[in-house]
Design a protein around this ligand. Sequence first.
Ligand code: SF4
Ligand code: SF4
Ligand code: SF4
Length: 312
Amino acid sequence: MFNHRFDEIEKQTKGIVFNIEHFHVHDGEGIRTNVFLKGCSLHCPWCCNPESIHPVPQIAQYQKLCTGCGKCVEVCPEHCCIQKEDGNVITDFSQCCACGKCASVCPAGARELFGKRMSVSEVIAEVEKDSVYFINSDGGLTLSGGEACLQPEFARELIRAAHRRYIPAALETAGAVEWERLWQAAKEADEILMDLKTTDSLQFEKIGRFSLDTVMENMCKLAEAGKNITLRCPIIPNFNDNEGHIQKVAETARRVGVNRIDFLPFHQLGKHKYAAIGKNYQMTDYPEMKDTIMEKMAECLRKEGFHVSIGG
Ligand code: SF4
Ligand code: SF4
Ligand code: SF4
């Protein structure tokens, strides 16, 4: 179908993907197929994809599903699947080399390997299955993460491969990355979904090594380059669920010339994955955002002329 050069680039350019999800409707225009790239420069405690943060593959064990059959113990080359005296099997994550052998023999689905090295051609073949939905809904591919810009060459080649198949491509980014990497990934994207986690510099410092100034500079540069940007704002209880933040979001959007804002209400859906990968979840006691409060915030900005959606 394509010339030999593109074929080779698509086969040879590889990245680490931890999920491909079909039929998303909140991550760009129309029906989307989301490709999640592994690795993130932030560590938001509310993250519903904690498996996205570490840049390389990692194993998860869902304790509730484990029957204690011991098959993983038999195959683990690092001896980090450990059967205790009471029969329970646990994982020593510090010794795991993420070979995935345990997941392939587990009969209970209690183990999962997050992250797989895939070529552009492998990913795009999966995305292309949804072409008919893209055509009928103006949808397309959305690159997400993690932070997709940490694998900028792979992201760029995925976008190019999508375009060669007449599939529009959106890029989601938190902007907490060097401009050169961001631009390499974003230059050819049709739409940018740009996260604005907080408008408070001190709050931002607590979730990553980049400053909020870097994010804002990157956002301005994308806008100056004429990119079509939607602001994505997680609304987190006791963090940024206040009127001051909402007004600063509006100020930022005005300054950058963005009209579309998505509010992403905090939820607990990713909670179970923390223990599965050996991490602590810090948000157990935080309530989920009420629909009425989200609607009130959205209405506030709609009155100021913004197009505001809730979801994601
Ligand atoms: S991924 Fe490999 S090293 Fe890690 S727990 Fe499973 S079998 Fe052991
Ligand atoms: S193979 Fe699966 S079900 Fe069996 S002990 Fe290991 S994790 Fe548990
Ligand atoms: S930027 Fe997104 S993927 Fe990264 S830690 Fe925050 S919520 Fe998770």
